[in-house]
Design a binder for this molecule. Structure first.
Ligand code: DGY
Length: 420
C-alpha cells in the first residue's frame, strides 16, 4: 500500500497533470473539457497547495456564464474529437461567451469558494468581490428556471451529475426517443461498457439535447410540455448549502444578504418536499407525473451537507454501510436496481462521500463523519484515485487519475488535509 505522503504527492500531481491552463479536466481522455462541479472540487484541491490557482479555477468556470445567469455543465474551451456529444451537437452558438452545453450542474461553487476563502482570507478578499454577483446570478437562475415548490429540478439526467441513477428511470421510460438518429459514443473507447450508461439511456440523453437545440435553449420554450423534469436531492441540497455559504460570503464583504436569505427559506421548504414518508428517506420526485422514484441514493444523504439533520437518515446510512462496506453506495444495495459497477447505480463516489462526511460533522455526528472519512481514505489507499469504486469489494471503476478523487484526498480524506 502506498504511504500517505506518496498519495499526497500523487494527488497533487494528478491536479497538475489535469490542469489545461486555468481550468482542469476531470480526467485525460474520457472527459477532455471543463465540467462544472468537477472543477469546483478541483479548486478545493488546489487550495491545499496553490491558492491563486484555486481562484483561477473558479474564475474560469464563471467565464462561461450565460447572460441569463446559467453556468453550463461543460465548457468546451478547445475542440477535442475524443468526446461525444461535443459543441456541434449541443448547438449553443452565441448563447454564452464560450462554447458550452445548454444545461447546468449541481451548484457547489459558492460552497467551495467559501472553503478556498477560509484557506487564505487575505487572498480571498481580493478575489471574491468579482465572483460574488456571478454566483448570486446563478442561484437566482436556479430559483427562476428550475424550482418546483422550492425543490430544484433537473431537466436532463446530466444536469444532476448522477447521469444514470435509478432516480430517473420512471421519467426516462416515459420518453420515446423517436428520430434520435445514429451517433457514435466515445465514452466506450475509454471505459468498459458494463461501467457506463446503456444505449437506451444515451438515446434519451441525446434526444433531450436535440430538443433543447431545436428550441434554441430558450427556457420559456423549453418549459412548455417538458418531457423530463425531476425534483432532485442533489440539486436541492447542494443549492441550499451553497446558498447558506453565499450568504456568509456576502456578510464577509459587507453586502446585503436579504435576497439570498429569502432563497434559503424557499429551498428549506423545497428540501422538505423531498421527504418520501413511505420510503423513510429523501427521494427524487417526477415533477411531471408526481411519482416518487423510490430510490435511496447517496444524494439522499446530502441532507446534512445542506444543514438538515434527520435522525431516520442516520439509520438508513448505517444499514447501507453495512450492506456494502466500501460505503456510500450510490444506490441502496438492497434495492432491485443495484449494480455494483454501473456508474450511479451502485458504485461509491468519493466526492459525494466528502460532502456527506462534512455534512455529518457539521451536524455534530462526529463518529459517523470520521468513519466515512476513514472508509474513503481506505478506498483510495487500496484502489487509487479512480473515478468511482465498487462498494462491495472496493475495486476501482470508470476513469483513472481522477481530478475530484485527488481533490477530496487533499481537502478531506488525507490525514494531512487541513479540512477547512
Ligand atoms: C458524460 O459524458 O458521461 C457526462 O457525465 C455528461 O456530463
Amino acid at each position: 500500500m502506498p504511504s500517505i505522503e506518496a498519495l499526497d504527492a500523487e494527488a497533487e500531481a494528478i491536479l497538475r497533470g489535469n490542469d489545461r491552463g486555468g481550468y482542469t479536466v476531470p480526467t485525460d481522455g474520457l472527459y477532455p473539457y471543463q465540467w462544472n462541479w468537477d472543477s469546483m472540487f478541483a479548486a478545493w484541491g488546489f487550495a491545499a497547495f496553490d491558492i491563486e490557482r484555486a481562484w483561477d479555477e473558479i474564475d474560469s468556470l464563471f467565464s462561461g456564464q450565460w447572460p441569463n445567469g446559467m453556468v453550463p455543465h461543460i465548457l468546451f474551451h478547445r475542440p477535442d474529437p475524443s468526446y461525444f456529444p461535443g459543441p456541434d451537437v449541443w448547438g449553443t452558438d452565441g448563447m454564452g461567451p464560450i462554447a458550452s452545453s445548454g444545461i447546468s450542474q449541481p451548484p457547489v461553487a459558492a460552497s467551495f469558494a467559501k472553503k478556498v476563502f477560509d484557506q487564505n482570507p487575505k487572498v480571498g478578499r481580493a478575489r471574491l468581490p468579482a465572483l460574488l454577483p456571478k454566483m448570486k446570478a446563478w442561484h437566482r437562475w436556479f430559483l427562476e428556471a428550475r424550482a418546483h415548490d422550492g425543490a430544484i429540478c433537473i431537466t436532463h439526467p446530466w444536469e444532476s451529475g448522477r447521469d444514470n441513477a435509478p432516480d430517473w428511470d420512471g421519467a426516462m421510460a416515459a420518453i420515446d426517443p423517436e428520430g434520435v438518429g445514429s451517433y457514435e459514443r466515445r465514452d466506450l473507447t475509454h471505459v468498459d461498457a458494463a461501467m457506463r450508461p446503456t444505449k437506451a439511456d444515451y438515446d434519451r440523453y441525446i434526444w433531450l439535447v436535440q430538443r433543447g437545440r431545436r428550441l434554441g435553449w430558450d427556457e420559456s420554450a423549453l418549459a412548455e410540455n417538458r418531457p423530463f423534469m425531476v425534483a432532485d436531492p442533489t440539486m436541492t441540497f447542494t443549492l441550499l448549502r451553497s446558498n447558506r455559504d453565499l450568504a456568509e460570503l456576502a456578510d464577509m464583504l459587507g453586502e446585503d444578504r436579504s435576497e439570498i436569505d429569502a432563497w434559503t427559506q424557499a429551498l428549506e421548504h423545497g428540501a422538505a418536499t423531498l421527504w418520501n414518508e413511505s420510503l423513510g428517506s429523501y427521494d427524487s420526485r417526477d415533477a411531471v407525473s408526481g411519482e416518487w422514484s423510490g430510490a435511496i441514493s447517496n444524494a439522499s444523504f446530502l441532507c446534512w451537507w445542506a444543514g438538515i439533520d434527520k435522525p431516520a437518515m442516520l439509520q438508513q446510512l448505517d444499514r447501507i454501510c453495512t450492506a456494502a462496506p466500501f460505503a456510500v453506495a450510490s444506490y441502496d444495495p438492497g434495492g432491485p436496481k443495484f449494480d455494483a459497477k454501473r456508474y450511479w447505480r451502485g458504485p461509491v463516489w468519493g466526492m459525494i462521500n466528502s460532502l456527506i462526511g462534512i455534512g455529518l460533522e457539521d451536524c455534530g455526528h462526529i463518529d459517523a463523519a470520521n468513519r466515512l472519512c476513514e472508509t474513503t481514505r481506505g478506498l483510495i489507499e487500496k484502489s487509487g484515485f479512480a473515478e468511482y469504486f465498487d462498494p462491495i469489494d472496493g475495486s476501482p471503476a470508470g476513469g483513472s487519475r481522477f481530478t475530484w478523487t485527488a481533490a477530496i484526498w487533499l481537502g478531506w480524506a488525507s490525514p494531512n488535509a487541513r479540512r477547512i
